[in-house]
Design a protein around this ligand. Structure first.
Ligand SMILES: *Cc1c(COP(=O)(O)O)cnc(C)c1O
Length: 221
């Protein structure tokens, strides 16, 4: 299967799943996760008309996307990996959406950089839905206070929540939890679901699914 065929098949599956989800359906936007992929592979996806992409490293994104964006100006690029505050300036310059705000230091650095660069990004908070010690994200119990701090201390508008459920566990309860947390905190959008579970995530109301392997094939790196 080519990248083009994979994209088209996944888009058909998304459409069908959104119909089944009915009233539970979210927007179901497909983020093509292009980490470790070459510019040539990414252009294969861009040439089908796809414009929504995700990268998880600032440095890697900086090496590929400025050139791609010059060719395809209507790209929407999401940062879906952890962010260090010393990379905030570069991240604000490169990305349209940052999905991984998860601590005051990052929230403050992003707020400062958006002001300095006169650029408004769409921002999501990452939630550690499985409360895994090794995983990034705000604990569900701390979310309300963190959102308040983002708003009141840093003047940030948070428009979405993002999660990566524990591997090798049934993801549905975590998708339900993220959706519940969004509703409870009046957050409009949720980003959840990857290659293995994006259809499940769509059934539970995903507005963004993040799919890499199912589009581009297995990652070598
Ligand atoms: C790599 C990655 C994905 C995509 O994973 P696949 O299993 O290849 O679809 C999604 N979300 C995040 C945060 C990632 O780092």
């Amino acid at each position: 299967m080519t990248i083009q065929q994979n994209l088209s098949e996944i888009k058909n599956k998304i459409k069908a799943t959104l119909e089944i989800a009915g009233d539970n359906a979210g927007c179901g936007n497909l983020i093509a996760v292009s980490k470790t992929r070459s510019a040539t592979e990414i252009i294969g996806a861009l040439e089908t008309g796809h414009r929504l992409f995700g990268e998880n490293r600032v440095k890697e994104a900086a090496s590929k996307w400025p050139e791609l964006r010059a060719q395809f100006p209507d790209i929407e690029l999401h940062l879906i990996g952890p962010l260090q505050s010393n990379k905030a300036a570069e991240a604000v310059a490169l990305f349209d959406v940052i999905e991984t705000i998860d601590r005051p230091k990052i929230a403050g650095a992003i707020a400062k950089e958006m002001k300095a660069q006169g650029k408004e990004l769409k921002l999501f908070v990452q939630v550690n839905v499985g409360e895994e010690p090794q995983k990034a994200g705000v604990a569900p119990d701390d979310l309300k206070a963190f959102l308040k701090q983002c708003r009141e201390e840093f003047g940030l508008t948070i428009s979405g929540l993002m999660c990566i459920p524990p591997v090798d566990e049934e993801p549905s309860p975590y998708f339900v939890l993220l959706k519940h947390l969004a509703k409870e905190n009046e957050i409009a959008e949720v980003s959840m679901g990857m290659s293995a579970d994006y259809e499940t995530a769509l059934e539970f109301g995903a507005d963004y699914v993040r799919v890499g392997t199912a589009i581009f094939g297995p990652r070598k790196a």
